[in-house]
Design a protein around this ligand. Structure first.
Ligand SMILES: [Zn+2]
Length: 307
């Protein structure tokens, strides 16, 4: 069990909790160095960085619940000026994200950046396992609205979510991106009773504790999700002290990409010699990972040069 009272934390973690003895469970996420590393290296317009940061906080909240060695991939696709947003979480806490900016994003924020489109959630449990994919319309003005709609429509799980992204100014240094979020869900089937998609059966006591927990989550302020001087545990005690809250161990997360020279070399190996020759610029083929912006250099035969 974690304890409250730390001040000025700069950690990156997901903290699971349970409200009282009810079927209301949740997680809170704080991203400092990881959010800054992911967002700062892309140099997207601020509105796109903010949306992408929310997507990273969302996949951290969702991915931390995976009980297998897999990957959770969030994609938002639409017809707006940022038509593709991707964030993923790999087992063990590795986070990465990228976006495509194809038009003028001035004046647009939230889901309007992506435009009319949909959310795709993919749970990839590895090469020998079936992939699960849920697709729902991109509903609501903010990503948190769209995510709540996703859980109701695709998984029939009542869910409340708040997400926040901001920049923290540090004297003498550039501003640091931070992201945070809190999610609660009503999960009466925890322990195995409820199948995915089955009707949610709620008794009166459960309904009351769920309604209250959802309302509390919706009142969470951005500061409570982002300010490093407010411990995540303190936020949970503030929200749920009346019902009591059980706080479990922190699960660390970090910015980490899965790209490497061997994988890219294998992709280049599918092209023939003249295609490869066409890709050469300044004496080498340079391939930049769209997630982490790492550049890899290859010779005209597709063989790796030093990284
Ligand atoms: Zn990469």
């Amino acid at each position: 069990m974690a304890t409250a009272g730390e001040t000025h934390e700069a950690a990156d973690f997901v903290l699971p909790f349970q409200v009282g003895e009810s079927a209301v469970r949740g997680r809170i996420v704080r991203l400092s160095a990881s959010a800054d590393e992911i967002l700062a290296r892309h140099h997207f317009p601020d509105s796109v960085s903010a949306f992408l940061g929310e997507a990273v906080a969302l996949v951290a909240l969702m991915g931390a619940a995976l009980k297998f060695d897999g990957k959770l991939i969030f994609q938002a696709q639409g017809d707006g000026p940022a038509p593709m947003i991707v964030a993923d979480y790999a087992a063990g806490g590795a986070l990465r994200a990228t976006a495509k900016v194809a038009g003028d994003v001035a004046g647009a924020a939230g889901t309007a950046l992506v435009g009319a489109g949909h959310i795709v959630m993919t749970i990839d449990q590895g090469p020998d396992m079936e992939r699960y994919q849920g697709v729902t319309p991109l509903d609501g003005e903010r990503l948190e609205d769209a995510a709540v709609a996703y859980f109701m429509q695709s998984e029939q799980i009542p869910t409340a979510i708040r997400l926040a992204v901001g920049r923290l100014s540090a004297p003498g240094a550039r501003d640091q991106w931070r992201a945070g979020g809190i999610m609660t869900q009503f999960v009466p089937g925890e322990g195995g009773a409820r199948e995915r998609g089955a009707e949610v059966l709620v008794d009166a006591d459960d309904q009351e504790s769920w309604d209250r927990a959802a309302a509390f989550v919706q009142t969470t302020e951005d500061d409570e999700l982002l300010d490093p001087s407010i411990a995540a545990e303190t936020v949970l005690y503030r929200l749920f002290h009346e019902d009591g809250v059980r706080i479990f161990d922190r699960q660390p997360v970090r910015a980490e990409c899965s790209c490497n020279a061997d994988k890219i070399e294998a992709v280049l190996g599918r092209y023939d010699g003249s295609d490869l020759a066409d890709m050469v610029e300044d004496g080498a083929i340079t391939v930049t990972c769209e997630f982490c912006r790492q550049a890899y250099r290859f010779n005209a035969d597709g063989g790796a040069l030093s990284a």
